[in-house]
Write a protein that binds this ligand. Structure first.
Ligand SMILES: NC(=O)c1ccc[n+]([C@@H]2O[C@H](COP(=O)([O-])OP(=O)(O)OC[C@H]3O[C@@H](n4cnc5c(N)ncnc54)[C@H](OP(=O)(O)O)[C@@H]3O)[C@@H](O)[C@H]2O)c1
Length: 267
């Protein structure tokens, strides 16, 4: 990545996205930080400019508003040379389907699936202007199996996985490298922390600090790796789960996930 160019990070105000923002700025990359309005994105951008001498811009919008998203991304792409796109913003949750409002389901699909696909499509011609450029899409270990009580979330992450691998193949030879990351559990906020603790030992398997996951994902993406599963335990877990028949895997994971329901976000 050269000094003039930018990395666009979605969901950059907290959790994994915030770590990507800090790590990219540490590497001297200029950053465009997408997050909802009213958070701390402006102050994060200010801190990054001061600490690392890079340009950092906060772009506050609701990415589930497709019209606003399309217009904003088109404008930003004309103004800033974007060489690296990190599609990190995503939401999930654990609750029975009847306790999950249709608004929440729509929000998961709009953010995880629709906004990621639209941003990527709009930015591909801009990424292609560079000899080498990168797309990192954040999926999840949840993409590897259907999961009861999560239903829409693993489906959305399986979409991200399939979309990324298809795109990688299609863009081979263009200089645009597409990587997909499958993180295990991350204690990014108090809700996910309580959810992970509720699962006991199983939930903590593969648990890595957010900054380590961000470092592994960045190194892998800039190294043009197609798929990245951060951490030895997550790799082992994935391997062992793949040996089980799909129906067993679904039952085992769903039984474990059911314990999280009391921490569900259903609104
Ligand atoms: N946490 C885990 O255990 C885990 C495990 C595997 C994969 N992942 C994936 O990793 C990614 C990051 O997860 P995380 O736990 O770090 O998330 P997080 O801490 O909840 O942060 C989510 C980010 O997305 C932004 N966001 C949410 N809705 C938005 C919207 N409508 N428009 C614009 N921005 C929006 C938030 O902005 P505000 O702060 O302004 O609300 C925030 O910056 C997600 O794709 C998630 O699915 C997470």
């Amino acid at each position: 990545m050269t000094g003039r160019n930018y990395v666009l990070i979605t969901g950059a105000s907290s959790g994994l996205g915030r770590e990507f923002a800090i790590k990219c700025a540490q590497r001297g990359m200029n950053v465009l930080l997408f997050a909802l309005p009213g958070g701390n994105t402006q102050s994060l951008a200010h801190e990054l400019r001061l600490a690392f001498g890079v340009d950092a811009q906060a772009i506050e919008l609701d990415m589930t508003d497709s019209a606003e998203l399309i217009s904003t991304v088109n404008t930003i792409a004309e103004r800033y040379p974007i060489q690296f796109l990190i599609n990190n913003a995503g939401v999930g949750g654990t609750s029975s389907i009847l306790q999950t409002s249709w608004e929440r389901i729509d929000n998961i699909i709009q953010l995880n699936v629709r906004s990621t696909t639209l941003i990527t499509r709009i930015l591909i011609p801009h990424l292609m202007k560079h000899a080498q450029s990168y797309i990192m899409n954040i999926s999840s270990m949840a993409a590897f199996s259907p999961i009861a009580y999560k239903t829409v979330y693993p489906a959305s992450k399986a979409f991200i996985s399939s979309f990324s691998l298809s795109l990688r193949e299609e863009l081979a030879g263009t200089g645009v490298s597409v990587s997909v990351v499958y993180p295990g559990p991350i204690m990014t906020n108090s809700y996910t922390a309580r959810r992970i603790i509720a699962q006991g030992l199983k939930g903590k398997m593969g648990l890595l600090p957010t900054s380590s996951i961000a470092a592994i994902a960045l190194a892998g993406t800039l190294g043009r790796q197609p798929t990245i599963v951060p951490g030895f335990m997550n790799k082992l877990n994935h391997l062992l789960m793949a040996l089980l028949p799909g129906t067993w895997r679904l039952k085992i994971i769903s039984r474990a996930v059911k314990k999280e329901i009391s921490f569900s976000v259903t609104a």
